[in-house]
Design a binder for this molecule. Structure first.
Ligand code: 4NP
Length: 150
């Protein structure tokens, strides 16, 4: 059985597609599966934001095949680790948890880098290109921590 990891943001077009692409580039796909989704239904079926696609491409990662999906309660059964990008995504997922086991799967992604600080990966949607580069850098470091732990 593969270990399954789910990256979660609001729209599933900016932050979590980058998180999925970065982690996927570091893992053995025979042993691990990584996916992403959004808590909202805003962009279901859509491609990642062009700025996320370009930022990933600059770092040698292709995320163009990803399509946005929405988080669903059965994801608690499918995935072993669920990583929301910010506190708002965290709260939205925890509200859907059915029991303590579901809740224990959910951890803010930057807490893998800065334990218990509850920092947000800032939403770059309304900002410029540099915001996406900053998000990439944070997620790259967090994914390196995740890899060490897996
Ligand atoms: P994401 O960014 O949660 O990192 O994918 C956003 C994308 C779209 C919207 C908000 C955040 N939106 O409001 O459409």
């Amino acid at each position: 059985m593969k270990i399954k990891i789910l990256m979660v943001c609001l729209g599933n077009i900016c932050r979590s597609p980058l998180a999925e692409g970065i982690l996927a580039s570091k893992i053995d796909s025979e042993k691990f599966q990584v996916d992403s989704c959004g808590t909202s239904n805003y962009h279901i079926g859509g491609k990642p934001d062009i700025r996320s696609i370009e930022t990933a491409r600059k770092h040698g990662i292709d995320i163009t095949n990803q399509r946005a999906t929405q988080f669903k309660v059965s994801d608690f059964d499918t995935y072993d680790f669920i990583y929301p990008m910010d506190n708002s995504n965290y709260d939205d997922i925890i509200k859907l948890a059915r029991n303590e086991k579901d809740k224990q799967k959910v951890k803010l992604i930057l807490n893998e880098l800065h334990s218990n600080e509850d920092l947000n990966v800032p939403d770059p949607y309304y900002g410029g290109e540099q915001g996406f580069e900053d998000v990439f850098d944070m997620l790259n470091k967090a994914c390196n921590s995740i890899i060490k732990k897996l």
